[in-house]
Design a protein around this ligand. Sequence first.
Ligand SMILES: C[S@@+](CC[C@H](N)C(=O)[O-])C[C@H]1O[C@@H](n2cnc3c(N)ncnc32)[C@H](O)[C@@H]1O
Length: 229
Amino acid sequence: MTTQDPIYTNHSNRYDAMVSRQPDLYDIINKIRVFKNLDVLDLGAGAGRLSTVIAPEVKSLICTDISRPMLDILENKLQKMSIPLNWKTVVSDHRQLPIPDQTVDLVVSGWSICYLADASENNWEQNLERMMSEMQRVLKPNGTIIIFETMGTGYETPHPPEFLQPYYAWLQDQYGFDHQWIRTDYDFGSVDESIHHTEFFFGQELVDRIIQNQWSTVPECAGIWWKHL
Ligand SMILES: C[S@@+](CC[C@H](N)C(=O)[O-])C[C@H]1O[C@@H](n2cnc3c(N)ncnc32)[C@H](O)[C@@H]1O
């Protein structure tokens, strides 16, 4: 996994179209931390799968990402929502956030920290420590972190990739996060649409499984980790 994946530069619209077929995560986030009137950071916000869900209720929203094309899609969506909200998008790396200390109540991060916490790459532990320390620095006392990561696309029960398992173990064992998993299936309506929407991102292995199982709904599991400071 590389942090500046060309997919997020060259195929940002296709990525957005794919994840728009997944369930809305409003309830799951709100159950962990009621976000109404909070100052929120969406770390690795991308095209806004999490940001657009929480935007109507929060007090302020900062959306960071390394990819400007992804943030452009998000900006468009937030502008169209025309909500009286104090929001901004900022291109930045998770390891160095241009955000003042103790200014955020809630950090949400979906499927993004993993790019720097891939155990098959050098420095993943240092990266993770830097990201954790940045999140803790920007959070107010009593702040909350909620992280979503993959537990396997094309699986009905958790099947976390091997190269992310050390990161997931660290979240629980070193940093004391709570954990649960949910299904985040993609509802495409037909087998052809499933292939059309997923091939560019997940490749031939998933396409083969879609054909074999005749999936018009592609199963996926996601892990959720959360911590109240
Ligand atoms: C799988 S997408 C998820 C986007 C969004 N959170 C969502 O749930 O749809 C991963 C995002 O992380 C961003 N990203 C990857 N590495 C990053 C880094 N080191 N710093 C900031 N953003 C990063 C990518 O540009 C991409 O937009």
